[in-house]
Design a protein around this ligand. Sequence first.
Ligand SMILES: [Zn+2]
Length: 167
Amino acid sequence: MSATPGSYILLLRLGDDAEAEVGSLGRLRFSSGWYAYTGSARNGLEARVGRHFSKAKAMRWHIDRLSALSAESLALAFLGESPTECSLAARLIDAGAEPAHKGFGSSDCRCGTHLFRLDGGALRKALGLPCDGVMRPPSCGGGGAARPSIAAAGKAEKGRPRNGEIG
Ligand SMILES: [Zn+2]
């Protein structure tokens, strides 16, 4: 239970325009607004997403530069082996998301990028993607150790059977 494998869409809002040095990609500009990043965590979704929510961390991945600057964040959780982070990236493109920076988070695959910029319409569509739960940062600070839990998605849709089986 403590190490649920899965993939996720991390949604981040930048309050202000920003620039950041992003590893091999160099210095990149990010205009304010919403971004979506897709990733996967075979060794534990809660821990990985919790790391994205934490501001105090060693800069390891491209996304760390951006998540450290974000004013707001949440994540859509997808449990199990599929969809993969790459198919989630494709779903975001279908939802109208705009590729943000080439090569961002996608150095190990054939996607153009795993980072997208979302306008209002694309954000609404992304939030409407069927997922297994929504993860939010712990509401009051207090270190970066707290792990967010995966809140069950679709609680409001009473009694609707879920697609697919989990674990
Ligand atoms: Zn990919």
